[in-house]
Design a protein around this ligand. Structure first.
Ligand code: ADP
Length: 481
């Protein structure tokens, strides 16, 4: 049961223009704990009308917000960051209840989320323009950076706090206001962040959180000419739909979409390092991250030792409800997610895959993490994002062969490569058609670095100094003197 030290962090209303409100018609949606199927509570089921009001509020609030100095905005963002860390335990408990991830991972995510608020508070003060040497003696050419305008954010359930912070952080730092629609599965983390934004003194209307009907809210956000930017993290299918919807008002867009990460281990890799990297890259959040290793390519000479070692390590993982001590793999978000992983496993085994460990459907949405070898490109797990705890190992022989296989996907988010050959590390990092490459490292996300994909994995970058650019317009001023 949820036992928060600060009960007011469990908000069951939406934040619109500084007020906590319900749906116009009083409708609500249940929020389910994926570990036991129990109802945690109810949040408003808002639609188009309420979303348009939130957008109006964000537009009004932007007048004053953009006028503040970057330093003034930074102070408020920093306070928001501090409050998230002060309430880390409660926020983690809320997240584990609605999302399922182990408490240690939830705590880690709160720290990770807060880090974006701090980083962008600082970056907001460095949104430099430039002065261009003029080709005419009586003219001066200048470039200034300005906030893009009211932003709308649609976020997924796998990182309920971090995906909000890395959108709201740069938006607010740049001088934009924002309307956030969290995933229906994980609204409480978002609403608690709204509560803390208010407590931090961020003015009414600057941060708005709306929960409810995804199509209605998304429709209002994308159709409104007042919204100048949509930032989305989620599936490639919904991303494409939203891109189309944004076309009519020519919005700026940032898209963090699906992945199909290759995890490549060469014969000369450090076996222990590669296995530990695979554990992190594959099983974090029960395999439900867009940068999760989806396909493990292991070279002939190290293949058997790698598979054996990986199966031993996977057998050590403790599966269970996220709030229990020692649990490292929680439930999947819902039954459909678990069904999909089971289907991929059945398909792989029917096509010659060899099961080394796991693969059982435990109670409810729990799956025992699975390791299979003899995986082949005709299997569903080669071409589809698994988003669950299934590690398929593909055997390969040559560098050019594995590069071709790794790039044989419409996705291009993260890739991982293990080798101690410096030349090969360079060749692979240049040849992998991905936005991010981990060399001898299974975890690349940090607020200081640009996160994002190429091909159908997305548009734009989040984090790093690049992350604020997506929330800024470039204005050119030509002045006669
Ligand atoms: P997943 O499969 O991981 O749930 P989705 O892309 O469906 O990924 O969900 C990501 C976010 O997109 C969630 O906040 C979800 O509510 C939202 N979403 C889903 N469908 C739509 C839609 N038609 N319009 C706007 N947002 C949507």
């Amino acid at each position: 049961m949820l036992n928060l030290q600060d009960k007011d962090l469990l908000r069951q209303a939406c934040l619109i223009d500084g007020d906590w409100v319900g749906a116009d018609d009083g409708a609500t949606d249940d929020v389910i704990n994926p570990a036991d199927g129990g109802v945690i509570g109810r949040v408003p089921r808002l639609g188009e009308a309420e979303t348009l009001r939130a957008i109006d509020g964000a537009e009004r609030a932007m007048v004053e917000w953009r006028r503040k100095t970057a330093k003034e905005r930074a102070v408020l963002l920093r306070r928001w960051h501090d409050l998230m860390l002060e309430h880390q335990e409660d926020l983690a408990a809320l997240m584990t209840a609605e999302q399922g991830k182990p408490l240690a991972e939830a705590r880690g995510e709160i720290g990770f989320a807060a880090s974006f608020l701090e980083w962008f508070a600082e970056e907001g003060r460095r949104t430099y323009g430039e002065v261009i040497p003029s080709p005419m003696g009586d003219r001066r050419l200048m470039v200034v950076k300005q906030p893009v305008g009211v932003c709308a954010a649609i976020t997924p359930w796998n990182f309920p706090a971090a995906m909000i912070a890395r959108k709201a952080g740069p938006a607010l730092a740049a001088g934009c206001t924002i309307v956030i629609k969290p995933a229906g599965q994980t609204p409480y983390s978002a609403l608690a962040m709204g509560e803390l934004a208010q407590r931090a003194g961020i003015p009414a209307g600057v941060v708005n959180v709306v929960t409810g009907d995804a199509r209605g809210i998304g429709g209002a956000m994308t159709a409104s000419p007042k919204v100048r930017k949509l930032t989305f993290t989620g599936s490639t299918g919904i991303g494409k739909l939203l891109l189309r919807q944004c076309a009519d008002t020519v919005k700026k867009v940032s898209m963090e979409l699906g992945g199909n990460a290759p995890f490549i281990v060469f014969d000369d890799a450090d076996l222990d390092q590669a296995v530990e990297g695979a554990m992190l890259a594959k099983f974090r959040n029960a395999g439900q991250t867009c940068v999760c290793a989806n396909r493990l390519f292991v070279q002939d000479g190290i293949h058997d030792a790698f598979v054996e070692r990986l199966a031993v390590r996977v057998a050590e993982l403790k599966v269970g409800p996220g709030h229990e001590a020692g649990v490292s793999v929680g439930p999947l978000i819902d039954a459909a997610a678990a069904d999909k992983v089971e289907q991929q496993l059945r398909d792989a085994l029917a096509k010659g895959g060899k099961l080394h460990y796991g693969g059982e459907r435990l109670a409810g949405n729990f799956l025992s993490p699975a390791v299979i070898s003899e995986a082949t490109p005709d299997m569903e797990c080669f071409s589809e994002e698994t988003f669950g705890p299934l590690a398929p190992v593909f055997r390969f022989r040559k560098e050019d062969e594995v590069l071709r296989l790794a790039n044989d996907t419409e996705y291009g988010l993260a890739a991982y490569c293990y080798t101690r050959d410096l030349g090969r590390a360079w060749r692979m990092s240049e040849g992998l058609d991905y936005g991010m490459v981990g060399i001898n490292n299974g975890h690349v996300s940090t607020c200081e670095a640009p996160f994002g994909g190429v091909k159908e994995s997305g548009l734009g970058r989040e984090g790093a100094r690049q992350g604020i650019e997506d929330y800024l317009e470039t204005k050119y001023v030509n002045m006669a003197i």
